[in-house]
Design a protein around this ligand. Structure first.
Ligand code: MN
Length: 227
């Protein structure tokens, strides 16, 4: 039986569902109302955290920058509780974009609230269309889980990725390590080495569902969830 992969509520669900299905998992699109956190963690074999709007900066003790948009207090509450429970249970976790940021905040880290005004960079991190357009390259740390999963797709230590985010990880949560950086030093992947499987990426691997370029990340999650 394919392992059941819980997918955090999201407005652009189809590519996540299809990616999990293609990787051999049984996708379970969650809703806040119907799926309390304890029930999700008890009934799923892995967790996929999805993209979306900005995490409330109050969650990491900062005042809100003028560019922060779309804060959804209910979603923050639900996903932070989900991450805490999943990490405590050592449930396999793959986190995408906002998901990476939520995971870092839930574990005690903080975020850059607005890359253009707080970092200033020539690297295009905000390329919304087409959704699978390559925006920039990222480094891949040798020996990381990311490197193991992506294999030969990593050429000369680099991987081409899409990008649509104006925020990024700032202070890294305890227990996590950076395994990918953009050329400007923006964090593009975090891993939790002591976990069974815990990987977060700042790009959108689910948008490559047609080419399958990033299917290995979803396959890694499903494989870790199968036992
Ligand atoms: Mn980027």
């Amino acid at each position: 039986m394919p392992p059941r992969i819980a997918i955090a509520p999201c407005r652009r669900m189809p590519d996540y569902v299809e990616s999990v299905r293609l990787a051999g998992g049984d996708p379970w699109a969650l809703s806040y109302a119907a799926d309390p956190v304890e029930a999700v963690v008890a009934a799923c074999a892995g967790l996929l955290l999805t993209g979306g709007a900005d995490v409330d900066p109050a969650r990491y003790g900062e005042p809100r920058h003028a560019t922060v948009t779309g804060v959804d207090v209910e979603r923050d509450e639900y996903e932070i509780a989900l991450v805490e429970a999943a990490l405590a249970a050592d449930l396999p976790v793959l986190a995408v974009c906002r998901g990476l940021q939520v995971m870092n905040v839930a574990a005690g880290g903080s975020l850059i609230q607005d890359i253009p005004s707080q970092v200033g960079t020539a690297v295009p991190h905000q390329v919304p269309e087409p959704k699978d357009a390559v925006a920039h390259g990222v480094s891949v740390a040798p020996g990381s889980r990311l490197a193991a999963l992506m294999g030969a797709a990593v050429v000369a230590g680099r991987l081409p990725v899409n990008s649509r985010h104006h925020q990024a990880v700032r202070r890294i949560a305890d227990g996590f390590v950076v395994t990918s950086l953009a050329p400007d030093g923006i964090v593009e992947a975090l891993e939790r080495p002591q976990a069974r499987f815990c990987l977060g990426v700042q790009w959108h691997p689910e948008n490559f569902v047609e080419s399958g370029a990033f299917l290995p990340l979803f396959a890694g999650l499903v494989s870790a969830a199968t036992r």
